[in-house]
Design a protein around this ligand. Structure first.
Ligand SMILES: [Zn+2]
Length: 205
């Protein structure tokens, strides 16, 4: 047991998002209310409970900032929740490409900024602007890999609890947990298929 004194006044902000039930469930060694943890008070708790409170404090603070900041809004659409370990491809190059896409820093994202705003950056096929939508859903060079991708994801969708028709989109491929009602297991399968497509394309984005 540790004997801890809390003096940080802004601790209240972090705890506002939690209720006493949450705290009790994390083995806080008392039935005192949340208010008892705020201000200059002495409190006895286990090391594990202390780590839990500190983690909650910083995670809540981080999440609030991520919710309201002006930057990174495109990344926010794909990764709205902080503090979660992302599912990443096992292959290094594919993993780099995927992270660059999430950060909106891939070659596909950067291209429009290299040229004049009035000059569209066409794909080598000449059919469309070379963006994520075209890369994942249209570019005919990847038709074979795409057919497998679409088939697998449609199967996952049809086997799930979803009653809606499957509509495969870039947000679904990149962030299924945010853009669908699929189960955690199904989302992992969707992402693994997306990774496979990235790998088979041979592109380093
Ligand atoms: Zn193209």
């Amino acid at each position: 047991m540790l004997y801890i004194t809390y003096v940080a006044k802004d601790f209240q902000d972090a705890l506002d998002g939690n209720n006493s039930e949450d705290l009790d469930s994390e083995n806080v060694a008392s039935s005192n209310s949340v208010c008892d943890l705020v201000g200059e008070v002495s409190y006895s708790m286990t090391t594990g409970a202390c780590k839990c409170l500190v983690r909650k404090y910083f995670t809540c603070h981080w999440q609030r900032k991520w919710n309201i900041t002006d930057s990174g809004r495109l990344t926010y659409e794909l990764v709205p929740t902080v503090g979660q370990k992302p599912q990443l491809p096992s292959r290094r190059n594919t993993s780099i490409s995927f992270v660059c896409i999430l950060l909106h820093e891939s070659n596909l994202h950067r291209q429009p900024y290299r040229l004049s705003a009035n000059t569209p950056q066409l794909c080598t096929c000449g059919q469309s602007i070379d963006d994520l939508e075209h890369f994942f859903l249209e570019y005919n060079q990847y038709d074979k890999a795409r057919q497998k991708l679409m088939s697998h994801i449609t199967d996952v969708w049809n086997d799930s609890e979803n009653s809606e028709k499957c509509r495969i989109s870039v947000p679904l491929l990149l962030a299924p947990t945010v853009n669908s009602n699929l189960s955690t297991s199904d989302c992992r399968t969707v992402l693994s298929r997306t990774f496979k497509f990235l790998q088979q394309s041979g592109c380093i984005l």
